[in-house]
Design a protein around this ligand. Structure first.
Ligand code: ZN
Length: 470
């Protein structure tokens, strides 16, 4: 208990039945209000103590949300194929829990009984399976790290298993039999992907629980240590060139993006859905880091800038806190463009890579808010990056570099137009072959210009900014 009380709040969708709730052998009273279950205790539960209850519930989960929430489907050979994926609607659509982001379950046992001809793949390490003698087999999984509620998953199907080996790690793959050959080819991308992320951020964060990639009927989800995959065993994203610049066809977007979440999303997690860019902006940035490691910096820069066509800049990436309002898709695309901008603000790649490694190490297995990250960046860089973070994450518009040329005096005046009053950010300008770094603020400054208005360039591939010239 966090504080002394006689009542706790749990969440469970109203369409599922609560059968009984027990404290030891005592049946507890409860009250249901929409998707909430208030549980009352006969005496005060004391702060700091751990209590356990048994919550019995039943019913048939309804399909909901982008990936179905909890779905009962058939595969092409007629076997049941049952999967959960509930990030949007919340885990309450299929199991009772404290459905919020701030406080994660530290450890979890998941036991799922399925017909003998099917298997269940859930999160964590397989502890064992037990034939229950009634035509069902129980699969027991153990999660040994903190886990987001929405990451908890079941994947029940007629799966076949194969694996790949890393020096200190087994990668386990589960697919439908008809896709085995294609999967063996496509999933060979998993090992170099993990190796790439380990170069940047150190050891895979859930080593004891393992890494699994599981075929599902929807596009994919970052279920911790049980990453789900539905990208048709083809490169790109659902057979498209995802950022439209010829780079994403070189790799499987879902393998890379969803697995990147093991580092950002699952190991480093946001404490409120308002700050979900910590999951999605970072995972999208990790795609670019993967591209940089596998195919080189030029491709990575091209790939990142390809995301510009998807950004809308209509509402801020960070939504009001506490309302459980999911941020706009800009959290992915603008999120990665912002981090690429920040890299160039730091302007020292060695320092940048050390910095993002430090951010990861510092916040690993924690649930944080953007403020925590900003404070850490400020402290490590000695810069005041707060107005930069705020402009990109808490306002709809990106900064505009305003340039005014005085051809007769051969000068150029410059300033940032931004919502943040104290916005200040260095930027590379002049000629591509020999950039010059200037330090604009929101006040006009003037400098000599040897280039005229048409020749004068701004490194907009490196900084996600608008430019006006007059
Ligand atoms: Zn994602």
């Amino acid at each position: 208990m966090v504080k002394d009380d006689t009542r706790i709040q749990l969440d469970l969708v109203s369409t599922l039945n609560v059968d009984k709730i027990l404290l030891g052998s005592t049946a507890l009273k409860y009250e249901r209000e929409l998707n909430t279950v208030f549980v009352d205790f006969p005496e005060t539960l004391k702060a700091g103590r751990i209590y356990s209850i048994d919550f019995y519930y039943s019913g048939n989960p309804q399909e909901t949300g982008r990936f179905g929430g909890f779905t009962f489907k058939k595969d092409s050979s007629g076997h049941s194929w049952i999967n959960s994926s509930c990030e949007g609607p919340g885990a309450l659509v299929w199991w009772p829990n404290k459905d919020q982001w701030r406080d994660e379950v530290e450890r979890m046992e998941i036991s799922v009984a399925v017909p003998n001809d099917l298997i269940d793949v859930s999160n964590g390490k397989l502890v064992g399976k037990t034939d229950l003698g009634d035509g069902y087999t129980r699969w027991d999984w153990l999660v040994q790290y903190p886990i987001n509620n929405y990451d908890v998953s079941v994947n029940i199907g007629n799966y076949v298993h194969f694996s790949d080996l890393m020096p200190n790690q087994v990668l386990d793959f589960f697919v439908l039999p008809e896709n085995l050959d294609r999967a063996k080819l496509q999933f060979s991308q998993a090992k170099p992907m993990i190796e790439a992320f380990e170069k940047y951020f150190g050891e895979y964060p859930f080593k004891k629980d393992g890494y699994k990639l599981i075929e599902v009927p929807y596009s994919g989800m970052e279920h911790q240590t049980a990453v789900t995959y539905g990208n048709r065993f083809e490169n790109g994203y659902l057979q498209r060139d995802w950022t439209g610049v010829g780079v994403s066809t070189k790799f499987d977007f879902i393998i890379v993006h969803e697995s990147a979440h093991e580092w950002f999303g699952n190991a480093v997690s946001a404490a409120d859905v308002s700050d979900m860019w910590i999951h999605e902006g970072w995972a999208t940035y990790l795609e670019s880091l993967y591209v940089e490691d596998m195919f080189g910096y030029e491709d990575a820069l091209k790939y990142t800038n390809g995301y510009k066509t998807k950004v809308q800049n209509r509402t801020p990436i960070i939504t009001p806190r506490g309302l459980h309002r999911e941020p706009p898709q800009d959290m992915y695309f603008k999120g990665t463009l912002f981090l690429n901008t920040l890299r160039n603000v730091v302007n020292d790649d060695k320092r940048w890579f050390k910095l993002i490694r430090d951010v990861y190490d510092h916040f690993k297995y924690q649930n944080i808010m953007t403020e925590d990250m900003v404070q850490f960046f400020n402290q490590k860089t000695g810069m005041n990056l707060t107005p930069v973070f705020d402009q990109y994450l808490r306002h709809a518009a990106i900064p505009t570099l305003e340039l005014t040329f005085d051809e007769s005096n051969r000068t150029v005046s410059y300033r940032w137009k931004a919502d943040e009053k104290n916005f200040a950010m260095p930027v590379r300008v002049g000629s591509k072959s020999q950039w010059q770094i200037i330090q604009p603020t929101t006040e006009w400054k003037t400098m000599p210009a040897t280039l005229n208005k048409d020749q004068f360039d701004v490194a907009t591939d490196l900084y996600y900014v608008n430019v006006t010239k007059q």
